[in-house]
Design a protein around this ligand. Structure first.
Ligand code: AGP
Length: 605
C-alpha cells in the first residue's frame, strides 16, 4: 500500500527520506520517488521498481532540509517512472505525495485540461498538484484545504511549496498520516515504522484533519480551517524490532517471536484468584456484556480467519452465538445491525479500510464494538475507543504469523472472561488459564521440529495445487494454512471443511496434488481418518498435523504438536503450517517478506 514520508528540519532531508522509504517497503509497492525543496526549486527523482532503483538516481545527494517521498501501490496508471509520486504542478513549484484514490479525478482533470493544463502522468493523484497551483491562495494550507474541498475520495497527503519552504502541509481522509516530533525537526509518515528511528513521540491525525508541520512544531485544523488539538502519544516499541536480527526473513523472525508474543498478550491478564481474565481496555461493564445476545466478529484475510477461531472459542466457553464475517462483505450487504449484538473488529495494522468502514457502519447504527488490534493508536483502535491490544510488537512481513496467534489468544482471554460472567465454572476457568500459560513452551517445542516440516514442504514446493482440510475447530486452521501457502509460495491452495470434500472437491484429488489434513485428537478424529482414507483411495498424497499417538492409517508425512486443552488446540495446530508455507516459499525462491501483489495493510478498498 502507498507509503508517505516527509521531513523538515536542519538535517539534509534526502538520507532521512530514503531510510524512511526503506522502512515503508514492507507495505508493498511498485515504484518510489522523492522531492526536495532547495533554493526556491524542487528536485524530483522517481523510479519504477524497488527503492534501490531510486537510490541509484541519487548518486550525488541532493540538497535540501525539506522534502517528501513516496512508495506507490498502483491503482490508476501502471507502475512506471512517470506515474510514480511525487507529482508537481506545471511550474514545478508544488510537489504532492498521495495515498488513496481521487474518485472524481477524471472530471477534475478534464476541467484542468480545458484550461490548458498538461498532465504528465495517468494517475488520479496528479490533479491535486495542479489544483493547488490553481488556487493561488494566501498560504499553502489554504490552497490545500480549498483543493481538498473539491476532492471526492480518500487521501493521506503531503504537500511542499518550493517558494515557501517553511512547512509541509499534510491531510488525512481514510489513509493514515502520522506526525513525528523531533528536536527542532518534524517528520510525517503513513506508518510509525518510518518514524521510530527518530522519535518515540507521534501524533495520529484523524479523518478530516489538516496539519501544518514546521521544524519547530505543528498545528492541526479542520478542512474549514478551524483549529483542533491532537495530542502526541508514545510508541511502545523500539526501532531495533524493525530489523531481522539473525534471521534471513522477517516472516521467520516473527514465527520465532510467537512464544514471547503469547507471553505479552497474556501479561497481566490472567486473574487466577477468580479463574478468569482481566481485560482493562475493554471498558464494557459486565452488565453490558451480559446484555449481548450474540457476537459478530469482523476482519479481513487472516484477521477474519482468527475471528473464526475466536467465534468457536466464544461459543464453546461463553455459550452464546458467535460468528465471524469478512468485513468487506459485511459492509456492503446492508447488514441487519442489532443493538444487542456485540461487535468485535480484528486488525493487526488497525488501518485496513474495509474493517474500518465496517466499524463505522456498526457505530453509525448504534451497536457496541470493540477492537482486537496490534498497532497502538491506529485508526481502527481509535475508532473503536476500547478493546484488547495484542502488544505483539511490529509485524513487518506481509504475511501475518505472530499476530494471528496473539489474536487467537486474545479471543481465548475474552471468551474466558465472558464465560465466567455466564456459566463457565471456576474449575474450568482454572483449567483454561493453566493451558494458556503452557502455550509459549509448547510453541517452542513445535518450532524445534523445523527440519521435519521443511522436508514435508518439499512436496508442496513441487506442486501447483494443494488442499487443506479440517473439521469444526480444525477448519479455520486449514483456512489459515492455505492462506499462508498462497501468500508466500504462490501455490494455489484451497481450504475445505473435510465433510465438504465429497460434495465436489474430491474430484480434484490426484497423485500430484497434496492434501494437508488438520487431525486433532478429538471426538471427530475417526471422521477425519475416514477423510484421509477417501483421499488415499484416489491416490492423493496426504500429510497430517496431529497430536502425538500412532495413526490408524498410512500417510505421506506427519507433523505432531503438543496437546493443549481442546479449546486451544487450533492455536498450536496452526504453528507448523506457518513453517510449512515458509519452507515451501524458500524452496520456490519467492519474495517471502514482500510477496507480489500484496500489501501489509490495505488502506484502500
Ligand atoms: C495475512 O497474512 C495478510 N497480510 C492479510 O490477509 C491480512 O490479514 C489482512 O489484510 C488484514 O490485515 P489487518 O489485520 O492489518 O487488518
Amino acid at each position: 500500500m502507498c507509503g508517505i514520508v516527509g521531513y523538515i528540519g536542519e538535517q539534509q532531508a534526502s538520507p532521512i527520506l530514503m531510510e524512511g522509504l526503506h522502512q515503508l517497503e514492507y507495505r508493498g509497492y511498485d515504484s518510489a520517488g522523492i522531492a526536495l525543496a532547495s533554493r526556491g526549486e524542487l528536485k524530483v527523482f522517481k523510479s519504477k521498481g524497488k527503492v534501490r532503483n531510486l537510490e541509484r538516481l541519487l548518486t550525488a545527494q541532493p540538497e535540501g532540509t525539506l522534502g517528501i517521498a513516496h512508495t506507490r501501490w498502483a491503482t490508476h496508471g501502471e507502475p512506471s517512472d512517470r506515474n510514480a509520486h511525487p507529482h508537481c504542478d506545471t511550474q514545478n513549484r508544488y510537489a504532492i505525495v498521495h495515498n488513496g484514490i481521487v474518485e472524481n479525478a477524471a472530471a477534475l482533470r478534464a476541467q484542468l485540461e480545458s484550461k490548458g493544463v498538461v498532465f504528465r502522468s495517468e494517475t488520479d493523484s496528479e490533479v491535486i498538484a495542479h489544483l493547488i497551483a490553481a488556487m493561488q491562495a494566501h498560504s499553502l494550507a489554504d490552497a490545500v484545504r480549498a483543493t481538498l474541498r473539491l476532492i471526492v475520495g480518500t487521501y493521506g497527503l503531503a504537500v511542499i511549496d518550493a517558494q515557501r519552504p517553511d512547512s509541509i502541509v499534510v491531510a488525512r481522509n481514510g489513509s493514515p498520516v502520522i506526525l513525528g516530533i523531533g528536536e527542532r525537526e518534524m517528520f510525517v509518515a503513513s506508518d510509525v515504522s518510518a518514524l521510530v528511528r527518530h522519535t518515540q513521540q507521534v501524533v495520529h491525525l484523524n479523518d478530516g484533519d489538516v496539519a501544518v508541520v514546521r521544524a519547530d512544531g505543528y498545528e492541526t485544523f479542520t478542512l474549514d480551517g478551524g483549529p483542533i488539538s491532537r495530542a502526541p502519544l508514545a510508541i511502545d516499541w523500539q526501532f531495533e524490532s524493525l530489523t531481522k536480527g539473525d534471521f534471513s526473513h522477517f516472516m521467520r523472525k516473527e514465527i520465532a517471536e510467537q512464544p514471547e508474543a503469547i507471553r505479552r498478550v497474556l501479561s497481566g491478564r490472567l486473574e487466577t484468584r477468580f479463574s478468569t481474565t482481566h481485560l482493562g481496555g475493554l471498558e464494557l461493564a459486565a452488565r453490558e456484556l451480559l446484555e449481548a445476545k450474540r457476537v459478530k466478529i469482523l476482519g479481513c484475510g487472516s484477521a477474519y480467519i482468527a475471528g473464526c477461531v475466536g467465534a468457536q472459542l466464544i461459543e464453546q466457553l461463553a455459550r452464546i452465538p458467535a460468528h465471524a464475517e469478512p468485513a468487506s462483505e459485511f459492509r456492503y450487504r446492508n447488514p441487519v445491525i442489532e443493538a444487542d449484538t456485540l461487535y468485535i473488529a480484528v486488525s493487526q495494522s488497525g488501518e485496513t479500510f474495509d474493517t474500518l468502514s465496517a466499524v463505522q457502519e456498526v457505530k453509525r447504527k448504534g451497536a457496541r464494538v470493540f477492537g482486537i488490534i496490534n498497532s497502538v493508536g491506529s485508526t481502527i483502535a481509535r475508532e473503536c475507543g476500547r478493546g484488547i491490544y495484542l502488544h505483539a510488537g511490529p509485524e513487518v512481513a506481509v504475511v501475518s504469523t505472530k499476530t494471528f496467534t496473539s489474536t487467537a489468544v486474545a479471543f481465548a482471554l475474552f471468551a474466558i472472561y465472558l464465560g465466567r460472567l455466564r456459566d463457565l465454572s471456576a474449575a474450568n476457568g482454572a483449567r483454561l488459564l493453566n493451558a494458556l500459560s503452557a502455550l509459549p513452551a509448547q510453541v517452542e517445542a513445535i518450532l524445534a521440529q523445523e527440519d521435519r516440516i521443511a522436508s514435508i514442504a518439499t512436496a508442496f514446493a513441487k506442486t501447483r495445487d494443494a488442499y487443506f482440510v479440517g473439521r469444526a475447530a480444525g477448519y479455520p486452521v486449514a483456512m489459515e494454512g492455505a492462506l499462508k501457502l498462497k501468500e508466500v509460495s504462490y501455490v494455489h491452495a484451497e481450504a475445505y471443511p473435510a465433510s465438504e470434500l465429497k460434495h465436489g472437491p474430491l474430484a480434484l484429488i490426484a497423485p500430484d496434488t497434496p492434501t494437508l489434513v488438520v487431525l486433532p485428537r478429538d471426538d471427530l478424529f475417526a471422521k477425519n481418518v475416514s477423510t484421509i482414507e477417501e483421499i488415499r483411495a484416489r491416490r492423493g498424497p496426504t500429510y497430517v498435523v496431529t497430536h502425538p499417538q500412532p495413526l490408524p492409517v498410512a500417510v505421506d508425512g506427519v507433523i505432531e504438536v503438543p496437546k493443549s486443552e481442546p479449546e486451544f488446540d487450533p492455536i498450536l495446530l496452526n504453528i507448523p503450517l506457518q513453517l510449512l508455507a515458509y519452507h515451501t516459499a524458500l524452496a520456490r525462491g519467492t519474495d517471502i517478506d514482500q510477496p507480489r501483489n500484496l500489501a501489509k495493510s490495505v488502506t484502500v478498498e
